[in-house]
Design a protein around this ligand. Sequence first.
Ligand code: GLU
Length: 307
Amino acid sequence: MAESSSGLASITQGCLDHWVIEAKARTYAGRLPDYIPLLAKANPQWVAIAIKQTSGLDWEAGDRQQPFALMSVIKPFLLLFLLEKLGFQAVFSRVGMEPSDQPFHSLAQLRQDRGFPRNPMINSGALVLASLLPGEDGATCAESLRQWLNLYAGSNLFLDQAMLASVRSLTNEANSALANFLAKTSHLAPIAQTLDTYNHICCLSGTVTDLAKLGLLLVGHSRISPVSSRTVNALMMTCGLYEASGRFAVQVGLPTKSGVSGALLSVVPGQGAIACYSPAIDQTGNSIAGLFLLEQLAQTLNLSVFA
Ligand code: GLU
């Protein structure tokens, strides 16, 4: 690739294949999360990337057939759905817009904020938003979101029942504590259904191709209001990588969301979306190979929105 290349359109397949090989070599530095037993069974060396441009050009490399649970990468799409269905005021009367420097399931942060979740990208915020999904139980609420996303994005998301059983097999003390605190401060009810809805939506699954298709909903999509996509992109930029969000904004400079499954999605405004999957994660919960791939792409193609 030419050194002066600029924009997603300058990517070459050879370059992408080469970076995937380099990324694989870095997966050894990561770990698999074990608080969801099935996540610990993934092959830590899986690395996949899919790039979709608004022009219709697509690039893919690595283990791209491998499906994975979106986990926290569903959070921007939960937000997008509710912004489109309920509107800005209804959503932001329930959740804030400020970044947090605490881990994604921090009860200390929620206590400090007196039960008003700081943003939709941390678990407390996503729990409150999950309670707003239409449906009478976790399964139907998640199904509303799944169907809407597949219809609008053309993706093939499915509910991974084995992953859901695995999530349910161990009590998630941190999420239960958040839900209980939210209920006590009257920001949430009923607790059990909300936790179940949250668990269901975290287990919506697909491939990197599906995730890149979802990403295009945030890049000037004809059926999504610009206010909604701008809002989601801004919150992904400031809060999407948890306490690593600030550093990532400097190093990559793209609205991005990560999940503990090793999923990672970046939006390149006006150009397209980049989806990565590699299950070995760092201390903060972000995919090591995914971060490496995004850094290579952003720096080589000058993708940062701050350029
Ligand atoms: N289901 C996961 C949890 O709540 C999602 C966290 C994440 O992907 O960051 O722990």
